[in-house]
Ligand binder design. Structure first.
Ligand SMILES: [Zn+2]
Length: 114
């Protein structure tokens, strides 16, 4: 919902919407912020495969951004599905939190923040 759409709602409607969004948050303990990447890699050996551009993999990596810098962390196949589930639930929750924040901004504008 956009800001202008939110401004059409009453305070009561905003609070109801915020309650509904809050109820949609799930599995917060699985929060894992990052983006899953699947990339081929060149190894350090001078083997013919890499030299011909046939990369190994693809392997999975989680790109995470924290404290002003980003890094990638190797995701072993054994935990790839769990990692994907964590990232997916995090994206759903972040979208809900984003809208909750917009509602709270709208309540602030109306001096209805409690
Ligand atoms: Zn290689």
């Amino acid at each position: 919902m956009t800001f202008s759409e939110l401004s059409d709602l009453s305070v009561r409607q905003l609070l109801a919407r915020r309650r509904r969004l809050t109820g949609g948050l799930s599995e917060v303990e699985r929060t894992l912020r990052g983006v899953l990447l699947h990339e081929g890699r060149r190894c350090s050996s001078k083997g013919w495969r890499c030299r011909r551009g046939e990369l190994h993999g693809p392997y999975s990596y989680l790109a995470v951004y924290a404290s002003g810098r980003s890094r990638t962390i190797y995701v072993p196949a054994a935990v790839q599905a769990a990692c994907e589930a964590h990232v997916a639930v995090t994206q759903r929750n972040e979208a809900l939190l984003q809208e909750i924040s917009q509602i709270n901004l709208e309540l602030l504008r109306r001096r209805a923040l409690e």
